[in-house]
Design a protein. Structure first.
Length: 214
């Protein structure tokens, strides 16, 4: 079903399709690793491997949603950094010399954090929290100043860019994401779930490499 959903959509860039394909392949690799080596089942990618309670499913849905939203939002802006730089300039809070570096760095950070939360990598949820708070501050500033500017949250194809100048819509959407982030932090705290360092997945790679060489 995932293959039909993502790979049959012509509107998505080829690079985005390829990333989703790799993500699905990685999921099956980790699932295979779990079934054979008793991998920890707390990561969001482990949905469906063991029976889950409803609240567990909500936790995984929050992680998946945040991850996919941030990956998609970051990639659409990375494809057109000059357009995103113009949108940033409309707010008047970033110096001209910093427009392009910010227009590249922010989307890249969104993509990295989105991938990180899917794999439950330590620090990824904190980065997403910081980005959402930053976006809320910028959108709130735009609303307070009465700026007639585009949100540009999902790049130049954002429906809010094409129509309603929806700063308030984007602000409300970020509040919903903030609620999901708070739930995710709370769920981790309640169950003592510890995100894994990036090196954790290198150990998986080494084991799989030895298995293939054997």
């Amino acid at each position: 079903m995932l293959n039909v959903l993502f790979f049959g959509t012509n509107s998505l860039p080829k690079v985005l399709k390829q990333i989703f394909r790799y993500a699905i392949e990685i999921f099956y690799i980790i699932r295979h690793f779990h079934l054979n080596y008793q991998l920890d089942c707390n990561t969001p990618l482990m949905v469906g491997i063991q029976p889950m309670k409803a609240v567990d499913l909500v936790y995984s849905i929050c992680c998946w949603t945040l991850g996919i939203v941030f990956i998609y939002a970051g990639l659409t802006k990375l494809f057109t950094p000059t357009v995103f730089a113009v949108l940033i300039d409309a707010y008047g809070i970033v110096p001209d010399i910093m427009l392009m570096p910010v227009a590249v760095f922010l989307p890249a950070l969104e993509v990295a954090a989105g991938i990180g939360i899917l794999f439950d990598i330590k620090g990824s949820l904190t980065i997403i929290l910081g980005l959402v708070i930053l976006f809320l501050f910028i959108l709130g500033y735009g609303i307070h100043m009465g700026l007639d500017v585009d949100c540009g949250c999902f790049g130049p194809e954002d429906p809010e860019v094409q129509a309603f100048h929806g700063l308030r819509t984007a602000f409300n959407r970020d509040l919903i994401m903030l609620a999901g982030i708070c739930f995710t932090f709370g769920w981790r705290k309640f169950w003592g779930i510890s995100p894994k360092p990036f090196t954790y997945y290198f150990s998986i790679y080494r084991v799989l490499k030895k298995e293939n060489m054997a």
